[in-house]
Design a protein around this ligand. Structure first.
Ligand SMILES: [Zn+2]
Length: 122
């Protein structure tokens, strides 16, 4: 009886490992390189830049606050900002759909979206 239980445990563990591997593959495949960087202030889209073009844009969010958004080699990042914590500047560049850079003090979000203008990650 014990032997049988052990065998069942092995089967269950193997099944879980297979399911985990499948989920990992699906997640990997669904996070594709994005097409646009969308800039949102207070949850409202204010600008949209193609990741295929290198740009440097000053994003003013009122009251003198400014974030400098740079897109280079298909990657978007905040080059400089005058927010108090500078967390947005410290964040790594983003290029995959669903990735975001958030500047909380300025209520700014830079989000990567896919080619059809929708968030491809489910
Ligand atoms: Zn910031």
């Amino acid at each position: 009886m014990n032997r049988r239980t052990l065998k069942n445990d092995v089967i269950v563990i193997a099944a879980i490992a297979v399911v985990a591997a499948v989920i990992w593959c699906v997640v990997k495949l669904s996070s594709k390189a994005g097409e646009f960087a969308v800039v949102e202030l207070n949850g409202v889209e204010t600008a949209r830049y193609s990741l295929n073009e290198d740009i440097r844009a000053e994003i003013a969010c009122g009251d003198g606050c400014v974030n400098t958004l740079v897109i280079r080699n298909g990657e978007a990042y905040i080059e400089s900002a005058n927010c108090p914590d500078k967390l947005c500047v410290k964040q790594h560049g983003i290029r995959m759909t669903g990735e975001t850079i958030i500047c909380l003090p300025h209520r700014l979000i830079v989000r990567i979206i896919g080619e059809y203008g929708v968030d491809a990650t489910v």
